[in-house]
Ligand binder design. Structure first.
Ligand code: GAL
Length: 889
């Protein structure tokens, strides 16, 4: 990936050197990992580590190398992932380590790029993942109670954790074998629910620790959010801020396993965004206050493909507002600003690892410094020439949410913006402030691919001549039967719990019973002008009632009372219920007991002779949809369905399958499909389940402008108000063929398939805004620092760095002004001061290039356009795919 033109030589980067020494078959020269009170000790040296959370099944193996590479280039030392038990053992004893679950391949890729791996085995993972990662069959183990001192659970948990540790050892993936695995995790945030389990919870956690340590992994184990973690396990912090966190023993280091750099979203909700200034602040504060391992949850969030989303109600996208977006593209300014932060932190690493603890200096009521002094050469740690050059690093924090403050430190004055940290690798010169963003802003676009290959079935949609939709007459349709469709149904007395019947093989479960209605009842309702009513104590997640094949009503929620007036005919009536799970519970205590479907009594009220209790009636059960079980979505078997041509009059239609073929947009850009015209259902491409879709709209309000200052929470900075939470769905490139890609949808509520469009996703607009007062780029500091005697105080000028996605170049410049430009990305305007050659200087440097650098200085623009005023360079440019560029200035 050619994001930054110049490779940053990371100071103290052991990964590179070790990497080079590995013998064939090994990814690294074998090394040991231990820890002390200050940090993880890798091959005998303390390290400050930046970790990037990436969940392998939320991407495709084809996407992994690029995601890992972008994480590395962004400054990560470590990749962190959970292990997803229900993906690896969907049926008891039958393991799956293929495709998106090819854990060994993923770990090898991490190692071969020179990064370490922190594997969080769980096997409970939470993670907004279906059932928190537990396989559904685990509920059926006799006598089982999850996550407590329960023999059947412990036996199954141990079997799986051991399976993974053995796999890592067999494949030589531990660091002491020359692999990248440096650390593991067992359980996940058990401390949050431990009290629900009383003494048995405490016993359980002791057992967990002993069990894990007994598996011979020979690397440190972590438990997150676990104050009572045994002495042999590192307890770590999760949250938006973890500065001030202390481990439960002074001999353990301070680790942050989940820094929530964004948040997930639910159907019908807004989309959360965490401002990068606040995120960088949280990270800098953590290292300032003695933290030594920090992981971004998530660095790449990805997609909940298929039915892997947990919940209930988590959307298919798990973008998370991460530095690498759902499609694998860099999100700016998040990625770039964090990269700059990581580079600054690496400059401090020698002092940070050397000092046992920092010196604390109060600078003001809400301002403080932490100073890390290098131990002297006589100490046991041998210092290199470089390290002795900088024997002190400092962090200056202003935690005031409103005011910028000038503080005095080391005899100099430093201006600290509100809610920010300045980093001084030499205790004198600021190289980075968390609130000063020099990284570019990128705006993503979705556009049609032009030209498209020959046999494309596409038409221009009249509503938007720029949109390409799948041609109307290529659509086929078939109805899904309402109710019982197979001889696999069965009839029993009473209401069965949903998951006990479906075993989560499908979201859907039909319940059918027959109601006899007398003429007296009909008269009774007419006379009083009332309707009989279906009353159910409690239902979840999506619940529908049909009478005689027609929908009568529905409810959405998590254990809500269901009250629905219905119309019956005289004689026998079919009363049909459809319970639908929208992602199984993934958090909280006792999740195995939660179940789905119906709870409590179900009755019919309003009958002449009183209420009819249906709780003990005979009910016929049918799991799933006919189309699901007959594979209407698969390439091999879709022809088995009785597809007919879709006519426009048949739209909208409920409980309907649709299929169409489309050609892949050309090129290598990520592909997205807009299902915003549809109602609710599931979608498949070439047999791959791309996920659930739903056009549930988020509330209209709450999207007010966001201020980075002050403590973040997931409701603070949201976008997408009044719009469907998710309209675009990722179709991974590797699931597509050049042409004749089969798209199959199951639609529950209506919607118009004719408006579905497939588009390319890329960075379309980039903007930079860098002023003379910004800090010069840190990449200048690598080797020059020693060889040329460059110090932090005699550095070059600030620079603007701009980049497009891979395979794209800067095709036009919409705006460029060196002077006092006003506004922000997409709405820049010239100020009073403007260097007339701004556009030509920037064009010369950038046009036609994938990335470019422009110095922000008077000399770069041929002289000072306005004396004694701080000048800023603002640029807005467009990126285009190299296959379709048109230059225009
Ligand atoms: C944490 C949990 C993660 C994830 C996160 C929210 O509490 O450990 O797995 O669920 O919350 O995204």
């Amino acid at each position: 990936m050619a994001v930054r033109g110049v490779l940053i030589v990371q100071l103290m980067s052991l990964t590179l050197t070790i990497h080079l020494l590995a013998v064939p078959g090994e990814l690294f020269k074998p090394f040991n990992v231990s820890y002390d009170h200050r940090a993880l000790i890798i091959d005998g040296k303390r390290r400050m580590l930046i970790s990037a959370g990436v969940h392998y099944p939320r991407a495709t193996p084809e996407m992994w190398p690029d995601i890992i590479e972008k994480s590395k280039e962004g400054g990560a030392d470590v990749i962190q992932s959970y292990v997803f038990w229900n993906g690896h053992e969907p049926t008891k004893g039958q393991y799956n380590f293929d495709g998106r679950y090819d854990l060994v391949k993923f770990i090898r890729l991490v190692g071969s790029s020179g990064l370490y791996l922190h594997l969080r085995i769980g096997p409970y993972v939470c993670a907004e993942w279906n059932f928190g990662g537990f396989p559904l069959w685990l509920r059926d183990v006799p006598g089982i109670e999850f996550r407590t001192d329960n023999a059947p659970f412990k036996e199954e948990m141990q079997r799986f954790v051991k399976k993974i540790v053995d796999l890592l050892r067999d494949k030589k993936l531990f660091c002491w074998q020359g692999g990248p695995v440096i650390m593991l995790q067992v359980e996940n945030e058990y401390g949050n629910i431990e009290s629900s389990y009383g003494k048995r919870g405490q016993e359980y956690i002791k057992w967990v620790a002993n069990m894990a340590l007994g598996l011979g992994a020979e690397v440190p184990w972590v438990m997150c959010q676990q104050k009572d973690a045994p002495s042999t396990i590192i307890n770590s912090c999760n949250g938006y801020y973890c500065d001030g966190f202390k481990a439960n023993s002074p001999s353990k280091p301070i680790f942050w396993t989940e820094n929530w750099d964004g948040w997930f979203s639910s159907w019908g909700e807004r989309l959360p965004h965490r401002p990068v200034e606040d995120l960088a602040f949280s990270v800098a504060r953590f290292f300032q206050r003695e933290g030594s391992f920090q992981n971004y949850y998530m660095y790449f969030g990805g997609t909940n493909f298929g039915r892997t989303a947990g919940g209930p109600f988590y959307i298919t996208s798990y973008d998370y507002d991460s530095p690498i977006d759902e499609y694998g593209l860099i999100r700016e300014p998040k990625w770039g600003h964090l990269k700059d932060l990581h580079t600054a932190l690496k400059l401090c690493e020698p002092a940070l690892v050397s000092a046992d603890s920092p010196q604390y200096i109060k600078l003001g009521p809400k301002q403080e410094a932490h100073v890390y002094h290098m131990k002297s050469q006589t100490d046991d740690l041998k210092l290199s020439e470089l390290e002795t050059l900088r024997n002190c690093s400092a962090f200056l924090a202003n935690i005031d949410e409103r005011k910028a403050v000038a503080v005095k430190f080391n005899g100099q004055t430093y201006n600290l913006p509100p809610w920010s940290v300045s980093i001084l690798p030499d205790c004198q010169n600021v190289v980075f402030n968390t609130a000063k963003v020099a990284a570019q802003t990128s705006i993503k676009i979705l556009e049609l691919s032009a030209p498209l290959s020959a046999n494309v079935s596409l038409k221009l949609h009249p509503a938007d001549q720029n949109e390409l939709s799948i041609i109307a007459n290529s659509w086929m349709t078939v109805k899904e039967p309402i109710g019982i469709w197979s001889d696999q149904n069965f009839t029993v007395k009473g209401i069965l719990e949903h998951l006990n019947v479906t075993k989560d093989r499908s979201d859907y479960l039909w319940y059918l019973t027959r109601i006899h209605v007398s003429n007296d009842d009909i008269k009774f309702w007419k006379e009083r002008n009332i309707s009989p009513t279906v009353m159910i104590d409690s239902v979840r997640d999506v619940f529908r009632v049909f009478v005689n094949g027609k929908i009568a009503g529905s409810a959405i929620g998590q254990w809500v009372k269901f009250v629905q007036p219905v119309q019956f005919l005289e004689g026998y009536n079919d009363l049909l219920l459809l319970s639908q799970a929208m992602g199984l519970q993934n958090s909280g205590a006792f999740i195995e007991k939660d179940g789905a479907g119906i709870r409590g009594r179900i009755k019919l009220t309003g009958f002449k002779n009183g209420d009819i209790d249906l709780s003990e009636s005979l009910w016929t059960y049918q799991v799933g949809l006919k189309g699901e079980f007959l594979n209407f979505y698969s390439l091999e078997e879709n022809e088995k369905a009785d597809w007919t041509k879709l006519s426009v009059d048949a739209i909208p239609s409920t409980f309907t399958w649709y299929k169409a073929y489309f050609s892949s947009p050309d090129g290598t850009d990520p592909v997205a499909i807009n299902l915003g015209s549809m109602g609710k259902g599931q979608a498949w491409v070439n047999g791959h389940h791309i996920g659930r879709y739903w056009s549930a709209v988020s509330p209209k309000d709450g999207c007010a402008k966001c201020d980075y200052r002050g403590a973040y929470n997931s409701g603070k900075c949201v976008t997408n108000c009044g719009r469907p939470t998710q309209s675009w769905y990722h179709i991974p490139r590797s699931w597509l063929k050049e042409s004749s890609n089969l798209l199959v949808l199951f639609e529950e509520t209506g919607g118009n398939p004719l408006e579905i469009v497939v588009k390319l996703y890329s960075t379309g607009v980039i903007c930079g805004q860098v002023s003379e007062s910004h800090y010069p780029p840190l990449r200048k500091l690598s080797n020059d620092y020693i060889s040329d005697g460059e110090t932090l105080s005699n550095r070059a000028n600030p620079e603007m760095f701009l980049h497009c996605d891979d395979g794209h170049v800067i095709s036009s410049l919409e705006f460029a002004s060196y002077g006092t430009p006003q506004g922000s990305c997409n709405k820049f305007s010239r100020g009073r001061c403007h260097a007339t050659n701004s556009l030509s200087v920037v064009s010369q440097a950038c046009l036609g290039k994938n990335s470019c650098t422009v110095e922000v200085s008077n000399s770069a623009f041929g002289g000072d356009p306005c004396h004694s005023i701080v000048k800023t360079l603002a640029v807005e440019a467009r990126c285009s795919s190299t296959s379709s560029i048109h230059f225009s200035v």
